[in-house]
Structures are given as structure tokens and as C-alpha cells.
Ligand binder design. Structure first.
Ligand SMILES: *Cc1c(COP(=O)(O)O)cnc(C)c1O
Length: 219
């Protein structure tokens, strides 16, 4: 299959999942995860009309996205991987959305950088729904108070929550937990679901899904 066909297939499956869940068509955004793929491999997706992309490393993104953004207007770039505070300046300069805010230090670094660069990014708080020690994200119990700190004290625009469920577990309960935490925290958006489970995520209320290998192929 060509990239265009795989992209069309993912879009069709999202539309079916929206319909089956009784949700409005187009209510779920597709974030095409292009990590490890180079500009020439990403360009066909842009040519096929895709505009929202996700990357997990700041440095890798700096090598390909400034050029791709210059070629096409309306590209929206999401950081979906861990962010170190010493990379906050680069991240604010390149990305439009950061989905991995998960501790006070990084929230403060982003607030300071956005002020300095006079740029306002939309942010998501990453939640470690499975409390996995090796995984980034704030603990579920701490989520509402952390969102409040970001919004009220640091004046950050927190759009929603993001999670990556444990690889070996049924993702449904993790998606349900993220939706519950979003309500408790007063945020609207839910970034959840990847190639293996994005239709399930749509059923649980995802407002965006992050799909990589189903579009670009195996990494
Ligand atoms: C790589 C990645 C994805 C996409 O994973 P696929 O299984 O290739 O769809 C989604 N979210 C995050 C945070 C990732 O790092």
C-alpha cells in the first residue's frame, strides 16, 4: 500500500469509529506521528492533505520541520515525547502544541520561554495512567491539582490530557480514566490512541489520536 492509501484507510476507520460511538463526524483530529521518518518520507502525507504531525524528539524535529513548515502553510506540530527543561527554548520555537507537560519544573520553563518568545503554545498534561515507573507523566491522583497550578499560577493554556497506556494491558480502562481526570480537571481535550488502539480511544472520547506506523509503516 502507498502512504496515501494507508492515510485514507486510517481516516476512514476514524470516521467509522466516530459514527459507531455516536460522535459527530470530524470530532477526532488525526496527529500523524512522523518520528524516525525524514522529510522526503513525510512530504507525501503533506501532499495528501495531512497538516497535523507529531514528533517525540526536539533535536530530530529541528532537522526536518523548519524546512517542511516553510514549504507549506498551516502545519501544526505536536511534541509527544519527553521534554527536558534545557530544550524548552528550542521546543517553544518549533512546536505549536506540547503534549507532554508532566512536572512543575518543565511547566515553569515553558511559561518563561513563551513569555520571552512572545509565543503562546497549547499544552497538554501527560498522565501516567498505569503508574509505570519507567514512563513519563503525572500520577492520576495529582492531575487536577497540577492542571490548576499550570492554569492559575503559571497562566498556561492547558487544552487537555494525554496518555500512553501500558503496552501489555487492555487500553480501555486507561482511556476511561483519562476522560474522568479531564472532567475533574476542567479540560476538554483527550489525546489518546495509537496505531494499535485508536478506534478504541475514539469510543472512549479521544479528541485526537496519534497514529504513526499505520500511516508511515514500521519503524
Ligand atoms: C510513537 C508514538 C506514537 C505512535 O505510535 P504508533 O504505534 O506508531 O502509531 C503515539 N504516541 C506517542 C507518544 C509515541 O511516542
Amino acid at each position: 500500500m502507498e502512504l496515501q492509501e494507508r492515510l485514507d484507510d486510517v481516516r476512514a476507520r476514524i470516521a467509522t469509529a466516530e459514527r459507531e460511538a455516536g460522535r459527530a463526524e470530524g470530532s477526532v483530529q488525526l496527529v500523524a506521528v512522523s518520528k524516525t521518518f525524514d522529510a522526503d518520507q513525510i512530504r507525501p502525507a503533506i501532499d495528501a492533505g495531512q497538516r497535523i504531525f507529531g514528533e517525540n524528539r526536539v533535536q530530530e524535529s529541528q532537522g526536518k520541520w523548519p524546512g517542511l513548515k516553510a514549504e507549506t502553510s498551516g502545519i501544526e506540530l505536536h511534541l509527544i515525547g519527553p521534554l527536558q527543561s534545557n530544550k524548552a527554548a528550542e521546543a517553544v520555537a518549533l512546536f505549536d502544541v506540547i503534549e507532554t507537560v508532566d512536572r512543575e519544573k518543565i511547566a515553569r520553563a515553558l511559561a518563561a520561554e513563551m513569555k520571552l518568545q512572545r509565543k503562546s503554545l497549547r499544552l497538554y498534561v501527560q498522565v501516567n495512567t498505569g503508574l509505570e515507573p519507567q514512563k513519563a507523566g503525572i500520577a492520576p491522583d495529582d492531575t487536577p491539582s497540577f492542571v490548576s497550578l499550570c492554569r492559575d499560577e503559571l497562566r498556561l493554556s492547558i487544552d487537555g490530557l494525554m496518555c500512553i497506556p501500558p503496552a501489555d494491558e487492555n487500553p480501555g480502562p486507561h482511556f476511561a480514566l483519562l476522560a474522568k481526570l479531564a472532567k475533574a480537571s476542567g479540560v476538554e481535550k483527550l489525546s489518546m490512541g495509537m496505531s494499535g488502539d485508536y478506534q478504541v480511544a475514539v469510543a472512549f472520547g479521544a479528541t485526537s489520536v496519534r497514529v504513526g506506523s499505520a500511516i508511515f509503516g514500521t519503524r
